[in-house]
Design a binder for this molecule. Structure first.
Ligand code: FRU
Length: 492
């Protein structure tokens, strides 16, 4: 972990000297791992997506940002917008911390449109002289010129009775003309929970109590809750901290997942639901947020990173990126996640293949690259293992393998390039049973997102290979047929 003193971490941008900013920009520029088509911070650290919404004819998206280095310091909201969810325009600082109610950071939150304005709810993080945390739930209002004005005081100033000061990440939504906020919280028994509030005018909020789930002992804190309805069912997404690893499940330091049930009863807070399911089974995924767009699509974006882990880009003065946007649908009680269709705009230079392979590992002339989309369908297999290797060179490879006999798909980044987070292991696996294996893979300079079988499961991971690692190989211990398409993305 890069050691930064408290004084250094809790500085505003203007407190940094010109030379420091110059050096920081230079280091970022020299980094070989800058992404080509993912949202990443200009400098410093990005974490959660915030305020994801559609306003003024554009998707509006913010993210948690500490500008001055790859550490969790004084958090700003950085603002970006897009008409197509693919090309993003950077607007710089959205919400700037520093008032009495957000002196130690403008923490995560969400947005909703009302009265032709974008209402942004966030957690004002403050610390008193003894460094005790005092959280406030705050409001800032954006107009069509992107001017963001903070409400003069917090909209929720007290922690509800029975809970600790871990109280953050308001997500706003509207049901039957009334507004609600769900907020992550920890109770006095140190268990993660969600509480909710109700409002008619987005300014005055009435405390309604706890969202009553059947997950009593399920981690010490639930961050970034989200509530949405799909096909007349209710879905709660949240990021629990403190779950122990169970087989292949909960393998990362913290988790993000969902529970599906009947619609949340907004009078009683009752939520009858099924089991908790992780949203992503890769190495680097946390604190996602959704929005509904004008076409009625429910779109999710996550942080492609995790707290408390060092990443290879730290030494270049920046860390993390956001995931690609995914469309959510419900199939029975499981979320199906597919890359939004607009991503096809990124495609260029199409190549394809149709091959049968048997007990071999093979590369194909036109199949290689550093940033690309690769779709493949593998079938006619009976047993053994098969899969593909990406970002391959003599010493590096990222392996996706399907163990047909054990119905397990694994991503192995042990030889992906620069090593990191080794204490959390170098493989992630997920149960997949199928006769045809469909993989839709997005590779960027330092990431890989694998959508399995039309979005049944997703594996998202950072990898840090060298530029020369551009090979793609298919392999099978027995036999299979492969059809594949590849498109370069942004490649010269
Ligand atoms: C999740 C989180 C949120 C908090 C924010 C601070 O990653 O810890 O709970 O609001 O990050 O940056």
């Amino acid at each position: 972990m890069i050691e930064w003193s408290r004084e250094k971490r809790y500085r505003k941008i203007e407190e940094a000297k010109k030379e420091e900013i110059f050096e920081l920009n230079k280091k970022v520029k020299e980094c070989p791992f800058r992404q080509m088509y993912h949202i990443q911070p200009p400098t410093g650290l990005l974490n959660d997506p915030n305020g994801f919404s559609f306003y003024n004819g554009k998707y509006q998206l913010f993210y948690q940002w500490f500008p001055l280095g790859p550490v969790h310091g004084l958090k700003y909201w950085y603002h970006t917008s897009s008409t197509d969810l693919v090309n993003w325009e950077n607007h710089g600082i959205g919400i700037e911390p520093g008032d009495w109610f957000d002196s130690h950071g403008a923490f995560s939150g969400s947005g909703i449109v009302d009265n032709d304005k974008l209402y942004l709810f966030y957690t004002g993080n403050t610390r008193d002289e003894n460094w005790n945390r005092v959280p406030y739930q705050c409001l800032a209002i954006m107009d069509k010129e992107n001017n963001i004005v903070k409400h003069k005081e917090p909209i929720i100033s007290t922690i509800p009775e029975g809970y600790t000061d871990h109280f953050r990440d308001p997500k706003v939504f509207k049901v039957n003309g009334e507004f609600y906020l769900v907020v992550g919280i920890q109770n006095n028994e140190f268990k993660g929970r969600i509480v909710y509030y109700k409002s008619k005018d987005l300014i005055n909020w009435e405390y309604r109590g706890e969202v009553k789930t059947s997950l009593d002992n399920f981690g010490f804190m639930w961050e970034c809750p989200d509530y949405l309805e799909l096909d007349n069912k209710g879905v709660i997404i949240f990021s629990p901290q403190g779950l122990d690893k169970e087989g292949d499940k909960y393998a990362n330091i913290y988790q993000s997942g969902y529970i599906v049930g009947e619609k949340l009863d907004l009078n009683t807070g009752e939520f009858n639901h099924g089991e908790f399911v992780e949203l992503d089974n890769g190495f680097d995924f946390y604190a996602p947020q959704t929005t509904e767009d004008p076409d009625g699509r429910r779109i999710l974006i996550g942080w492609m990173g995790l707290p408390e882990i060092d990443y290879p880009t730290d030494k270049n003065g920046w860390a993390h990126c956001l995931t690609l946007p995914r469309e959510l649908k419900l199939n029975k009680d499981r979320l199906i996640q597919t890359p939004i269709k607009e991503l096809e705009k990124l495609r260029s230079n199409h190549r394809s293949l149709n091959e049968k392979i048997e007990a071999t590992e093979k590369s194909f002339d036109e199949f290689h690259g550093e940033q690309y989309e690769l779709n493949c369908e593998i079938k006619d297999f009976e047993s053994g293992k098969l899969g593909l290797k990406l970002r391959v060179s003599e010493n590096e490879e990222t392996v996706i393998s399907y163990d047909i006999d054990n119905n397990k798909l694994t991503i192995d980044r042990s030889k992906s390039g620069e090593e990191f987070a080794l204490e959390w292991g170098t493989t992630r696996s997920v149960d997949i049973t199928c006769k045809t294996l469909k993989l839709r893979i997005f590779v960027d300079t330092s990431s890989i997102e694998v959508f399995i079988n039309d979005g049944e499961k997703v594996l998202t991971s950072r990898i840090f290979p060298s530029k020369e690692s551009r090979g793609i190989k298919f392999f099978a211990t027995k036999k299979c047929s492969i059809s594949a398409d590849i498109w370069s993305i942004n490649e010269k």
